[in-house]
Design a protein around this ligand. Structure first.
Ligand code: UDP
Length: 327
């Protein structure tokens, strides 16, 4: 049984990947400081509470568990916060990854999967965007992730034993089809979550940020991917690395974009609540449109999305939202 160390495995995306790893028979150790993650979200394996910035704690876990591979989720993820607090992002997303990679090199762990982001592309010239597009992030979140991608590239060049897969996530949403885990941030910022929390009455209104973008309805376009499909991409990337596959970078999205207004309409339809939407100024750091060309991961790893359906995505998120608000 292969052993996989998952940093940030108690968080939203990490916990869905841990669930998938457990289903595939991997032995999992989750290493998470529980700053945004939750113990109940770890459905498989063991949880060790610790911080990836703490080299001593990492050394202890690596010595004891001796993982075959590491999947690194632990990070900060809010674009607007990264604009206001850039150093937090360079510390949590870049410096901490460097700390982890140094520890892994010291312990001879040479298989690594990294949570990257479509934000590394900034405002792409061509949509859908493929992996060859230049990396021109427009916010510190994207830059902090790009810098870690560059660390990985250079480490792989210097150490031929080291192999990594960086997955560039588009807009991850939805919840476990079995409604056991889902998003549970204290201050959620993502559109679908905020729309559903408005429908459930947690917020009085949904703010819609920016209606003057050069898009068909003036609002931003994003490629929403269901978290279980993203989880299966991680399992495939892991299988590839464990089988001796090459390092690679892959987009993870469906190749189809929805505007903010379209997402709001689906949220109203699924919930049956005609919640209030207030049009606001643009939010800082938001690119107008991000849609994935995900043909590379499909052809290279055989990834086949199962939930390319915005109503399913919003429906699972709504079931989860109702469960956690007790309605
Ligand atoms: N958005 C919005 N209201 C919200 C949250 C998000 O209008 O309460 C917009 C946001 O400006 C962006 C899109 O929804 O255009 C997706 O934002 P989100 O934060 O979900 O993901 P991001 O693309 O920033 O990772």
């Amino acid at each position: 049984m292969k052993k996989i160390l998952v940093t940030g495995g108690a968080g939203y995306i990490g916990s869905h990947v841990v669930k998938a790893l457990g289903e595939q028979g991997y032995e999992v150790l989750v290493f998470d400081n529980l700053s945004t993650g939750n113990e109940w979200a770890v459905l498989s394996g063991r949880l060790v509470q610790g911080d990836v910035a703490d080299r001593g704690a990492l050394d202890r876990v690596l010595t004891e568990f001796r993982p075959d591979a590491v999947i690194h989720f632990a990070a900060s993820i809010v674009v607007s916060e990264s604009v206001a607090e850039p150093l937090k992002y360079y510390r949590n997303n870049t410096a901490t990854a460097l700390n982890l990679l140094e520890a892994l090199q010291a312990h001879g762990v040479n298989r690594f999967i990294f949570s990257s982001t479509a934000a590394v592309y900034g405002i792409p010239e061509k949509i859908p965007v493929n992996e060859q597009s230049p990396l021109l992030p427009i916010n510190p979140y994207g830059t902090s992730k790009m810098m870690t991608e560059l660390l990985l590239r250079d480490l792989a060049l210097a150490n031929p034993l080291f192999r990594y897969v960086a997955l560039r996530y588009f807009n991850v949403a939805g919840a476990d089809g079995g409604n056991r885990i889902g998003q549970a941030y204290k201050n959620p910022t993502h559109l679908i979550t905020r729309a559903l929390k408005t429908a459930s009455g947690t917020y009085p209104a949904l703010q819609l940020f920016g209606t003057d973008y050069a898009t068909p309805d003036g609002t931003c376009i994003r490629d929403y991917i269901h978290v279980d499909d993203l989880a299966s991409a991680h399992v495939l990337a892991l299988e590839s690395l464990l089988a001796g596959g090459e390092s690679a970078l892959f987009n993870c999205g469906y190749g189809r974009g929805y505007s903010v207004r379209e997402v709001v309409d689906v949220a109203k339809k699924i919930t049956g609540v005609d919640f209030t939407v207030i049009e606001e100024e643009r939010r800082e750091g938001d690119p107008p449109a991000l849609v994935a060309d995900s043909s590379l991961i499909q052809s290279t790893l055989g990834w086949k999305p199962k939930h390319d359906d915005l109503e399913y995505i919003v429906g699972t998120a709504w079931a989860w939202e109702q469960k956690i608000t007790g309605k």
